[in-house]
Design a protein around this ligand. Structure first.
Ligand SMILES: [Zn+2]
Length: 120
């Protein structure tokens, strides 16, 4: 398993969606809190990165990924990444970040629950 290519994790996501384990979060859970929980970050290109550390300030957060990227994000439920985390279901995991399957499953169960919850 030394492939440097990004892994297709669509199957893992589907497994996560089918998982019996459910974690409930309020619909209005803060975006940063969500990131802190799932520790995943979707890049512009559609690659999912693992978050190594996240430093939350008031309206911004400093995110460092496992593959060494560092950037500032804004706390907005309507941001591209926020929408992505809630709605996107088919993408690739970063080959350098080595995101474990359980983390992806946690992400999908969390997101699915939130999606269902938002319709109530
Ligand atoms: Zn990465």
């Amino acid at each position: 398993m030394s492939s440097k290519k990004n892994a297709d994790i669509t199957a893992d996501i589907q497994n996560g969606m089918n998982s019996q384990k459910k974690r409930y979060y309020r619909k209005n859970v803060e975006f940063f809190k969500l990131l802190e929980k799932v520790k995943l970050w979707p890049s512009r290109s559609g690659t999912l990165h693992g978050i190594k550390s996240i430093k939350i300030h008031s309206n911004t957060a400093e995110v460092t990924t496992f593959c060494g990227e560092m950037f500032i994000i804004w706390n907005s439920r309507n941001s591209r990444a926020s929408r992505w985390l809630r709605n996107k279901w088919s993408f690739c995991a970063c080959g350098k970040c080595k995101i474990p399957a359980w983390k992806i499953e946690k992400y999908t169960t969390t997101m699915m629950t939130q999606k269902w919850g938002s319709g109530l």
